[in-house]
Every structure is written in structure tokens, then in C-alpha cells.
Ligand binder design. Structure first.
Ligand code: SF4
Length: 415
């Protein structure tokens, strides 16, 4: 089975007001880059059997701000991965970047890496743009301005690198006109992939403190929902179609890596706070081996399993500490969750419904959720796709999109 690879780069120049991702703010020097890249490659070499990395379809370098590794750091990281793993010649490789850390040397290095490592595939840059309105960017505590984004986009376009933009809506002070202008600018830039997210207030962030103290207004969910609708309209008119709740692409430019998350492709995450999802068979060939030994030794009272349940899938998240990761201590304290075969199928059904194409009737049967699916159909939240040429599938209706979390919860709990 193919296993996708995710690397979490825990560096950011400073923390954005709303962010609760794991990253250490501040500048990064070449020693920091070398020790981080060294730790990732050491983990892959020493703690993962080669078989796990024998057929890597996608690599996603996320964060944090991977572009802070600079051209040399990203070349060492990706070339080193390609020495340890067998990366498919048609693989998709994605690197997240922020506009203020994109320069000509970095773009040239990425374009060259793409040609070398994935000659029949694609190298993408996912650019953290959020808005083309400088006032909105200031509210979010972003370091860049719209001019920096325009400059980064020009460099990437000239180098022929495929680009995805992240945009954010529902921000206090962001007017409908500002949001429309951001969407129009995104479309005019010619990118083939756009992700759109509503702002959420995460506990412990400067934004949460500011909202709690009354200094900032709380984001309005209805305003955000209207803005998501506007995004749907404007992107659809431009031929950039929704394929997942928050993701839009021109035909053929959908993110393969992220689609893997919603279709049950196994993935291995390396780096502080990186998440993985592996079958038990694959997990036994990674740094989770020790934890798997514990599962077979434990009684049901110590593990969240019923007697007789057979674990089929493991989800785990590495500890958030960069120091721990650099010292190689992660395998001692991963946080893991164990799913039975039925739970794994239900999870596939729940995640698959995030996609516009929905899930197959076979998966519904396998997950044993036919009754709940029928009820959701009766409530007008799911429909069976029957149009000409479509495979027989279940998918969200327009009403279902509005209460998608409710639908996912019902499928997961079978209630
Ligand atoms: S750049 Fe991204 S990861 Fe870094 S602080 Fe801002 S939102 Fe968080």
C-alpha cells in the first residue's frame, strides 16, 4: 500500500494572532535548519523500515513556515527524503510558504527540485495569503502585505511552479467588498487551487484573549457562511470548482495529498505535532512498534477497546516539543488512538463525505451505516448521485453542506 509522507516544520518568523499550530517564533539560522533536517532524516532512516517508504505517492512539507528553511534547507530536506524513500516519478510534492519568505533563490531551487524528484508529477507551493487587503492582514497579525504576495506569485508563475492559495473569511472588520476583491485578485492571478477557511478563535491565542477582553469583536458565523457562499460563486464562475468543503481547483489540480486524507490513504507524519494514520501492519514497521506491543499486552480496561476487538488502524500525533523531536525522544511519548476495522470504515465514510463526489454505496455497507444514511437522506441532508456516467454514490446536498459537522457526527456515532 502506498504511504504518503507529511513533515511538520515548526518555525515561524512570528506568531499570527489566531494561530494555534505548533511553531517556534523567531529567526532561524543555518544550524537550526541543519539540526531539524538532520532529525527528520534520522527518524526516517532509523525509526521507519524501508518497506514503509517503498511507494510514496505524495509528500507534504507543512508547518509552521517551511519556506523559512530557505533554498538550501528545502533542497537538503527533499533530496534527503528522496534518498531514504522511493518517491514515485509522478508524485505530488507540496511545500507550504509564506509570501514574506519567498525569494527568487527559493523559487528556483523548488522548480529545479520538482524537475529532478518528480519528473512526471508536480511540485506545488501552498501560499499562506489569507487576504489581499492590508488592513485585514494587520488584523490577523500576518507579517506580509498584499504587495509581498503579488511579488511571490510573480516569481512562482515565472518559474512554472503550481500554486495553491489559502484565503480566510469571516474576519472582524473584513467587509463583503474586501472579501470579493480578494477572491477576484486570487482568480486573476491564474492559480489553479484555492483553499477557503472561516476564521476560528482558538483557545490560548492572542485573538482569543483579545475577544475575551472585549478588545476584538467575535467572528460572526453567519457572516462567514455568507462569505463562503460568495467564494463558491466567484470561484465557480472562474472554473475553479469546489471538490471538498474548503477546497477548490481547476480540473486536474486537486490536491492529491489532501484527497488522500479523505479517502483512507495511509500517511506518516514526522516532526513536532505531526499526525499519522497507518494500518496496524504498517505501524508495526515504524516508531510505533513499541506502542503496538503494548496493545497486544494490555487488557481492554487499559485500552479503549472491547475484548475481542481487533485493532485495524492507528492514528497518532507526535509530541509538540521541538527539543524532544531534535533529541529523538518522540517515540517514547506519541499520543495514539486505536480503531477497529468497523471504526476505520466509519471514519472513511465520515471523511469521504467531505468530498463533493461523496462515498460509494459499498463503503456505506462496509461501514454498516446504511440506516443512518437513509435517515439523513430523509432529512434532506444526503442524496444518492444518479446522473449519467456517475458511479452510484452518496453525497451531501446543498442543505447538508450547511450542517456538515452534524452529518459527520451522525455517521461516526451511527445515530
Ligand atoms: S504563519 Fe501560519 S503557522 Fe505560522 S503563526 Fe502564522 S498561521 Fe501559524
Amino acid at each position: 500500500m502506498p504511504v504518503a509522507l507529511y513533515v511538520h516544520v515548526p518555525f515561524c518568523a512570528s506568531k499570527c494572532a489566531y494561530c494555534d499550530f505548533v511553531s517556534v517564533p523567531g529567526s532561524v539560522d543555518s544550524a537550526d535548519v541543519d539540526s531539524f533536517v538532520g532529525a527528520v532524516l534520522r527518524t526516517l532512516r532509523q525509526d521507519v523500515e524501508p518497506e514503509v517508504l517503498a511507494d510514496v505517492p505524495t509528500i507534504y512539507i507543512g508547518g509552521g513556515t517551511p519556506s523559512m528553511l530557505g533554498a538550501d534547507g528545502l533542497v537538503s530536506l527533499l533530496s534527503g527524503i528522496a534518498e531514504v524513500a522511493h518517491v514515485r516519478p509522478d508524485a505530488e510534492i507540496t511545500v507550504e510558504a509564506n509570501p514574506d519568505s519567498v525569494d527568487a533563490a527559493l523559487v528556483e531551487a523548488l522548480a529545479e527540485l520538482g524537475r529532478e524528484l518528480t519528473p512526471a508529477g508536480v511540485l506545488r507551493v501552498s501560499l499562506g495569503v489569507q487576504s489581499f487587503d492590508d488592513d485585514v492582514l494587520r488584523t490577523l497579525g500576518r507579517r506580509h502585505n498584499a504587495a509581498a504576495t503579488t511579488g511571490a506569485l510573480a516569481l512562482l508563475k515565472n518559474a512554472g511552479v503550481r500554486v495553491s492559495l489559502d484565503l480566510m473569511c469571516g474576519i472582524p472588520g473584513q467587509s463583503p467588498e474586501s472579501w470579493r476583491a480578494t477572491l477576484d485578485t486570487a482568480v486573476a492571478s491564474g492559480v489553479g487551487h484555492v483553499s477557503v477557511y472561516p476564521l476560528t478563535v482558538e483557545e490560548g491565542t492572542p485573538l482569543a484573549r483579545s475577544v475575551d477582553s472585549g478588545q476584538s469583536a467575535e467572528p460572526d458565523a453567519d457572516v462567514a457562511a455568507d462569505m463562503m457562499e460568495t467564494a463558491d460563486e466567484i470561484l465557480h464562475q472562474a472554473g475553479i470548482e469546489r471538490y471538498e468543503i474548503a477546497n477548490y481547483a481547476r480540473p486536474g489540480q486537486e490536491s492529491l495529498h489532501n484527497t488522500g486524507y479523505w479517502t483512507g490513504v495511509e500517511y506518516l507524519g514526522v516532526g513536532p505535532s505531526a499526525a499519522s494514520m497507518l494500518s496496524v501492519r504498517t505501524a508495526a514497521k515504524t516508531f510505533l512498534e513499541r506502542d503496538l506491543g503494548l496493545v497486544s499486552a494490555c487488557t481492554a480496561s487499559e485500552m479503549p477497546l472491547e475484548p475481542g476487538d481487533i485493532v485495524s488502524r492507528v492514528r497518532f500525533v507526535q509530541p509538540p516539543s521541538l527539543d524532544e523531536f531534535l533529541s529523538g525522544a518522540c517515540s517514547e511519548s506519541v499520543e495514539s488512538e486505536w480503531l477497529t476495522a468497523n471504526e476505520a470504515s466509519r471514519e472513511d465514510a465520515m471523511l469521504g463525505l467531505r468530498l463533493c463526489r461523496g462515498i460509494s454505496v459499498e463503503l456505506v455497507q462496509e461501514a454498516n451505516v446504511t440506516d443512518v444514511i437513509k435517515r439523513l437522506e430523509a432529512d434532506g441532508l444526503l442524496e444518492r448521485a444518479h446522473e449519467a456516467g456517475a458511479v452510484d454514490r452518496w453525497r451531501l446536498t446543498r442543505r447538508g453542506w450547511l450542517v456538515a459537522n452534524e452529518v459527520f457526527g451522525a455517521v461516526w456515532t451511527q445515530e
